[in-house]
Design a protein. Structure first.
Length: 243
């Protein structure tokens, strides 16, 4: 375990890493403000990524293998998603879902597709999961499982997205989509769990379609199972496999 230090303050947190060892997160500066950071390959050196124009806060949550970083920054009194160029160079405001005042990113894949959640006034101010096109271009509402909210947590290189959503019955359930965010499906339809236990949230998906997810509720026996296995996995075909 290596201490990455800070941007001058007394707190830092890391949230993402790519295959060359570049790390991203947030850190307090000497003036007490919070800033997104990126390190060099092999976790060397911490660089302040700055903020969106007029902003005073930023936080980096994901990075891909070219060093494109995504996160959130305050700008003009609103919180917006940002994306950078390779190796954290330059910060671009991705805006929000149509008519909304808030957007937040959680992950990015190697083509630069970004996922997260955003509030849109066209849906009565509900918080919905979104996906963008390559390099953060265009923001698409992924909808819900029938309820009023959803949030996208992870994406793989084929564009399969995972996260959580409210159902028509008011329950919170993990979801998965097809490639490029097409078609939101309750992850529980792929799982065989006992009555009263469900996958309530999904946090990440790799290029083999394995998903890390949380069981709700967590009785002692299932909490121990998760602690031992580390993940709940299932296989979903990638674009290449489908072709």
């Amino acid at each position: 375990m290596t201490d990455l230090g800070t941007l001058g303050g007394d707190v830092s947190s890391a949230y993402g890493i790519n295959n060359s060892g570049q790390v991203v997160g947030e850190s307090v500066r000497t003036d007490g403000s919070w800033r997104a950071f990126i390190t060099g390959p092999g976790d060397t050196g911490m660089t302040d990524l700055g903020t969106l124009l007029g902003g005073f806060y930023s936080k980096a949550l994901g990075i891909n293998d070219s060093g494109q970083v995504v996160g959130n920054s305050r700008t003009g009194g609103e919180t917006h998603v940002f994306i950078t160029g390779p190796n954290g160079m330059g910060m671009t405001d991705l805006g929000t879902l149509l008519g909304g005042s808030y957007s937040g990113a959680f992950d990015i894949n190697d083509s630069g597709q970004v996922v997260g959640r955003g509030r849109s006034e066209t849906t009565g101010g509900e918080m919905h999961a979104f996906i963008t096109g390559p390099n953060g271009m265009g923001m698409t509402d992924l909808g819900t499982l029938g309820g009023s909210f959803s949030a996208a947590r992870g994406i793989n290189d084929s564009g399969q997205v995972v996260g959580r959503s409210e159902t028509t019955g008011g329950e919170t359930r993990a979801f998965i989509t097809g490639p490029d965010g097409m078609g939101m499906t309750d992850l529980n339809s792929f799982a065989d769990l006992p009555d009263g236990v469900a996958l309530g949230d999904a946090w990440g998906i790799n290029n083999q379609g394995q998903v890390i997810a949380a069981i709700f509720p967590e009785p002692a026996s299932y909490a121990l199972m998760l602690a031992g296995l580390g993940l709940v996995g299932f296989m979903a075909r990638s674009k290449k496999q489908a072709a």
